[in-house]
Design a protein around this ligand. Structure first.
Ligand SMILES: C[S@@+](CC[C@H](N)C(=O)[O-])C[C@H]1O[C@@H](n2cnc3c(N)ncnc32)[C@H](O)[C@@H]1O
Length: 267
């Protein structure tokens, strides 16, 4: 992937919203990632790599779980990354920079691979599998985006369904335009199996109320990619109404399904 294909790469003028989006992702999905790490079992001396860390606390969680191990966290942009005394932060582009083979007992990558164009995604996934030690674990965590069926309750159900549907289609179109494959959240399971890993997949979803911190995620996202949503057919007035609705106390939505695939290398 050239960096520019990442949908959220050009955050010129929207840095605070981008930071809010990365914070919301961390607050909403770190607990699920922590649960999955616990379920898989992390060796106390594990060598761990967190790819595209963003604001997530996954590297810090791994540093706690592997007190005699080593944790490296990477991203193309380290400015939002959290600091931790036992985590080494490295600026690294997973598409263009080398990754040593057979080095890591555990690799975690959340909400990045779906953004890569298909050929880069395949190459990067193979490099991640090759970077595992025998018996190593590769965590691939992604969304199954279904905003068009999210609304559970709203001041006006039909209006809310329409706005969420328009948002869903424009967001999907903007993602696809940037090389993202919206089916990847599910297809990651098959892609890991095809590379000889045994795979365990679990999902996580929740219920969000309007005005709650969770709704900051779509609220911030619509600010960061507003021009892309408009180019993909979402009228500016709908974007404004959608954002207002996200603050409405009587809105209740189910969140997108997060899928956590754990691939275990034979060994
Ligand atoms: C949607 S955010 C997810 C952040 C974090 N993994 C999480 O789930 O909270 C995607 C992250 O991938 C990073 N990123 C984008 N392209 C990348 C690349 N080619 N190599 C490494 N990181 C990349 C971005 O800077 C951003 O932090």
């Amino acid at each position: 992937m050239s960096e520019s294909t990442y949908l959220f790469h050009d955050t010129t003028g929207t840095r605070p919203a981008n930071a809010m989006m990365l914070n919301a992702l961390a607050d909403l999905y770190d607990p699920f990632s922590r649960r999955r790490l616990r379920e898989a079992g992390v060796r106390p001396d594990a060598r761990c790599l967190v790819v595209a860390a963003g604001r997530s606390r996954v590297a810090a969680i791994l540093a706690e779980m592997a007190p005699q191990g080593e944790v490296i966290a990477t991203d193309i942009d380290l400015s939002p990354c959290r600091r931790h005394p036992r985590v080494t932060l490295l600026e690294h582009n997973i598409v263009t920079d080398p990754l040593p083979g057979g080095m890591f007992d555990l690799i975690h990558v959340r909400l990045l691979l779906g953004h890569l164009p298909a050929d880069h995604r395949e190459t990067v996934l193979t490099a991640l599998v090759n970077a595992l030690t025998p018996g190593g674990l590769l965590f691939v965590e992604e969304f199954e985006a279904t905003w068009q069926t999210s609304v559970l309750s709203a001041p006006n159900l039909d209006d809310a369904d329409r706005l969420f549907t328009v948002y869903h289609h424009a967001f999907q179109a903007a993602l696809i335009e940037s090389g993202n494959d919206p089916r990847w959240g599910r297809r990651a399971h098959h892609a890991l199996r095809r590379r000889g890993l045994t795979v365990d997949t679990r999902g996580d979803t929740g219920t969000w109320t309007g005005g709650s911190p969770a709704c900051l995620l779509p609220h911030a996202t619509t600010e960061v990619i507003r021009p892309r949503l408009i180019a993909a057919g979402m009228p500016p007035a709908d974007i404004d109404s959608f954002r207002q609705l996200l603050h409405h106390r009587s809105l209740v939505v189910k969140s997108n399904l997060a899928l956590s695939h754990i691939g275990r290398h034979a060994g």
